[in-house]
Design a protein around this ligand. Sequence first.
Ligand SMILES: Nc1nc2c(c(=O)[nH]1)N[C@H]1C(S)=C(S)[C@@H](COP(=O)(O)O)O[C@H]1N2
Ligand SMILES: [Mo]
Length: 251
Amino acid sequence: MSEKISRRKIITAGLATAAGVSGLAAKIADRYGLLAPDSGRVFGAGEALTYGAQRLLMSHHSMAREFNRSEMSRQTTVNHEHPDDDDYEGFLERHFSDWRLVVEGLVARPSSFSLEDLKGMPSRSQITMLTCEEGWSFIAEWIGVPLAHVLSLVFPNSGAKWVVFYPFDDFWGSIDMPEALHPQTLLSYGMNGKDLSPDHGAPIRLRIPRQLGYKNLKFLNRISVTDDIKKIGDGNGSAAPEIGYSWYAGI
Ligand SMILES: Nc1nc2c(c(=O)[nH]1)N[C@H]1C(S)=C(S)[C@@H](COP(=O)(O)O)O[C@H]1N2
Ligand SMILES: [Mo]
């Protein structure tokens, strides 16, 4: 762990020095797809370098740690309860029987899937840690369908670079394709042997154990694939930068 951190620091420092000298690092980072969407902001240069350094260090297949059953937390924590929203409350009352996840954008076959459809797809269970940026965490078992599988059903265009998530609240967000196709990135419908509770994100949430809690978007409604993240919202890739958190939240 400490070895990884020091390697990361060295690379970040290297890129930072290059940036300080010529501003070339950002150009190179952009050229190789290593620039985070919010890199134009105040903390932008640093964010670009963190994201870039992690992308250089980690192959797409480096895995978040998975735990044993005996290491699961006795209690789970909720941060941000389910939305106080008429549409959401309606779906909840009807046990999401008429809810459908819309998957659209730069794809050959825009589709929508019911909760039953999603539960019928190949599933993956993983015992991982959810870590909130506020300083708490818990270990639980999440089950869901790999996002990669759902994407394979809609045929993203070869130019597709980002996957954007729209929940029932305003906390929209996005991830890049390597993260979207990672085997541990799930559209999760169950936690600790039960359906996801509303406060933990029903009907489905993004469960992305390689990134901090706030990237794990709950209460999903729609997913869109795009090649141009700058056109969405204020162009920073998610609602998080608007409240001071970086777009990229790799652990
Ligand atoms: N749609 C939506 N997703 C969200 C949030 C939110 O406010 N809205 N909060 C995030 C934050 S900050 C954290 S730490 C986790 C918490 O997940 P949990 O409530 O299941 O512990 O959800 C994330 N996903
Ligand atoms: Mo969080």
